[in-house]
Design a binder for this molecule. Structure first.
Ligand SMILES: *Cc1c(COP(=O)(O)O)cnc(C)c1O
Length: 355
């Protein structure tokens, strides 16, 4: 605390990201990065961009990147917004779309950045408890409708549970909730969930966000995007152009275009992660773990007798890091990112010794 801090800073409770350890000999299964590298075409494109024109500012509108994204979703470019990671896209959406009069709604257990943005931008919110089995009950959001909410946001699949809603449920929500913005955060959609992008032209209040950090294996590049009605996109552009004209630098732009253009590679590595995930769930079940069926590149699991924090600490001693949340309802669970087959075998071996 300092006398020089603004009132805003004094009142902040910042988001705490998963640890990025400086040691290299670790099996890092704590922040849902891809165990594989990005498409080789990404590296070639970035290398070409380095000796090109770094002395110049990048295109403030990132038009070429928007074109690549628009093409894979079969939408015009005025329905695409790009930002410095989907966290930045979400931040602009909170300020530009979700900051209204009445509270916005999101699940009690979800991406923990949402309440942080609410705190930063002074947005009222109400959390809706997940059902006992950790699924999102759309009816709870529909009942709250009747003009009582000014926005709804959740990831599909949800994090950190990995549970997904079928597209029909998202559609039911949109059909009954027409007067406030609904944001579906699709950070993990490529691991087996039906995309809500097909609904954006039917529902002008639907914004769907994506990231290149998980399935495209580009967490270090910082690129995310949103698709929706042109009016929603314009709101995000207005915020962006009042904040930072150049969120996508030239290298990120080159790399992101190459990644988006290589859909075959994306499908290949996503499929590999899904396969490893299913094997890992089986192996964990044999050790007595109870694992929630996952549609993400991580699993959410608990052991019936062994304390989750104790398991996480014991794994750490064996140089394996997983994520544990000290939070009501989920403090006996571990969130484990899907690694390579080899990393997962090492994890299982370590857990056998611990349990
Ligand atoms: C990882 C993640 C993000 C943020 O991704 P970046 O593009 O790296 O900022 C957003 N939402 C959810 C649910 C995530 O898990």
């Amino acid at each position: 605390m300092s006398q020089f801090w603004s009132k805003t800073v004094k009142n902040l409770t910042p988001y705490v990201p998963g640890e990025q350890p400086k040691l290299s000999q670790l099996i890092k299964l704590n922040t849902n990065e891809s165990p594989y590298g990005p498409s080789p075409k990404v590296l070639t494109a970035i290398a070409a961009a380095t000796n090109d024109t770094l002395r110049l500012y990048p295109d403030p509108n990132s038009d070429a990147l928007k074109q690549s994204i628009a093409k894979i979703h079969d939408l015009p470019t005025n329905q695409v917004f790009v930002g410095n990671g989907s966290d930045e896209v979400l931040a602009h959406a909170f300020l530009g779309l979700l900051k209204q009069e009445r509270p916005i709604l999101f699940p009690d257990i979800t991406y923990s950045f949402y309440p942080v943005y609410c705190n930063l931008y002074d947005i009222a919110f109400e959390t809706i408890p997940l059902k006992e089995d950790f699924s999102i009950n759309i009816e709870d959001y529909i009942q709250k409708n009747n003009g009582k909410n000014d926005g709804i946001i959740f990831p599909n699949p949800n994090a950190p549970t990995g549970k997904a809603l079928p597209l029909g449920r998202i559609k039911a929500l949109l059909q009954s909730n027409t007067q406030s913005v609904v944001i579906i955060d699709q950070a993990y959609v490529d691991y087996g969930t039906e995309s809500a992008v097909s609904l954006v032209n039917e529902f002008p209040n639907l914004l769907v966000t994506h990231t290149l950090s998980k399935s495209y294996a580009l967490a270090g590049l910082r690129v995310g995007y949103a698709v929706g009605h042109p009016d929603l996109i314009e709101a995000l552009e207005r915020i962006k152009n009042s904040f930072n004209s150049y969120p996508i630098d030239k290298l990120a732009m080159a790399g992101a275009i190459a990644a988006i253009d290589d859909q075959d590679y994306l499908k290949r590595i996503s499929k590999a992660v899904i396969q490893t995930r299913e094997n890992l769930i089986k192996d964990l079940n044999e050790l007595g773990f109870e694992t929630i069926p996952s549609y993400a590149n991580f699993i959410f699991t608990k052991h019936p007798t062994k304390d989750a924090a104790a398991i996480a600490a014991a794994l750490r001693e064996k140089h394996i890091i997983v994520r544990h949340f000290k939070m009501a309802r989920i403090d006996q669970y571990l969130r484990i990112t899907i690694g390579t087959d080899e990393q997962c075998s090492t994890l299982i071996k370590a857990l056998k010794e611990i349990i």
